[in-house]
Design a protein around this ligand. Sequence first.
Ligand SMILES: NC(=O)c1ccc[n+]([C@@H]2O[C@H](COP(=O)([O-])OP(=O)(O)OC[C@H]3O[C@@H](n4cnc5c(N)ncnc54)[C@H](OP(=O)(O)O)[C@@H]3O)[C@@H](O)[C@H]2O)c1
Length: 354
Amino acid sequence: MNKIKVGILGATGSVGQKFVSLLANHPWFEIAEVAASGQSAGKRYSEACRWIQKTAIPENVGCLEVKECKPGMDCQIVFSGLDASVAGEIEGQFAQAGYGVFSNARNYRLEEDVPIIIPEVNDNHIQLLEIQKEKRKWPGFIITNPNCSTVFLAMVLHPLHKRFKVEKVSVVTMQAVSGAGYPGVPSLDILGNVLPFIPGEEEKIEKETQKILGTFKQGKIENADIALSVQCNRVAVEDGHIECVSIKLKKDATEREIKESLQNFKSSPQLLKLPSAPEQPIILTGDPFHPQPKYDVMQAEGMAAIVGRLRKCPVLDYRMVILGHNTIRGAAGASILNAELLIKRGLLNKFVSV
Ligand SMILES: NC(=O)c1ccc[n+]([C@@H]2O[C@H](COP(=O)([O-])OP(=O)(O)OC[C@H]3O[C@@H](n4cnc5c(N)ncnc54)[C@H](OP(=O)(O)O)[C@@H]3O)[C@@H](O)[C@H]2O)c1
C-alpha cells in the first residue's frame, strides 16, 4: 500500500520528537511535514529542535523545513504534540480544514463529542466521530488519547471491570520528569526531591478514566460508575510513570482470577495485528522488586502496561504496581495506534476531506 502522508504539530517538543522517532520506519505512514512555533518555523528540523531521543534524527526528517502550525500542510493526518496553551485553537483549525487530528493535549478530551480512545479498551467510542461531524460540521475530526497516567490505569482496570465490576480505586503516582516536556522541571527542584503536586493531573486521571471505561449509549458516553481517588507526584526518573493502585470490586475475585484476567487480556489491536500493537497489552511480573522504570519501561517497546506486586489489600480488595512509558504508550505511541485502528477499520477517508 502507498504510505499515508502525516504531519507532526509540536514536532520539536518531547512528544513531537517521540512521534518522529516512532514514525521513522512505520509501514503505513510517512512523515511529510513537521510544524512548531514561530520560533522554529523556517528552520531545518535538525536545527530547530534540541533532539533528546536516544536514536539519531532520521535523515529524511532532519532536513525538512519546520512549518508554522497552519492548515495547508501536505498530509491527511496530523499527530499533535502541541502544548495545551495552543492546542485547542490549532487542532480545531486543522479539523475544520478537513484533517484527521490525533491529539495528545487535554483541551478536547472531556468534550462530549470527542472520544478518548485506547484501542484495547473502548474502540467502539469511535462512533462519537459521527456525532462530532453532525454537531461541529467539521470536514475533519479530532480523536484524543488519554493523559500519560490515565492510559495505563484504564488498560489494567478494563478487563477487571468487565469481569468483576470495579467500584473504587485509589491511586498514588510517581511520574517521570519527561512527562513535563523539555526543559521541564528545573533540576534544582527535582534532584533528591519529590514534588507532591502536578497541577490538573489528578482531576484528569479521575475524569478521563470514568469516560474511557464508560458506555456508548444513544450517541453519548455514559461515564463508568467508579469512584477514584488519585494523588500525583513528580519524581527524579527520566522515563516511566509508576502507579500504586488499590481497587475494590463488586464481585468476589480470587488472586488467581485477577492474574488470569490481566495476563490473558487481548483486544482489537492484537486481533487486527496493528503494527504498533504490543503482543500482550498487560505484562504481569511475579518478581516483587519489579516493575522498575529503569529496567522494565521498554518492555514491549514501551507499548504495554507492566503490572507487579499484585496482592490482597487490607482496606480495599487488591493492590498492585503499574508501570508505563509516558511518552510512548502514554503519548505518541498511543496516538499512532489510534490512527492505525481508524485506518484498519476503513474509516479514514470517511472522516477526512484533504
Ligand atoms: N511529555 C509527556 O509525557 C506527555 C504525555 C502525554 C501528553 N502530553 C501532552 O503533549 C503535549 C506536548 O507535551 P511535551 O511534553 O512534548 O511539551 P514540550 O516539550 O514543551 O513541546 C511543546 C511543543 O509545542 C510547540 N509550541 C509551543 N507553543 C507553540 C505555538 N504558539 N504555536 C505552535 N507550536 C507551539 C513547541 O514548539 P517550539 O519548540 O517551536 O517552541 C513544541 O514543539 C502537551 O499538551 C502535554 O500535556 C505529554
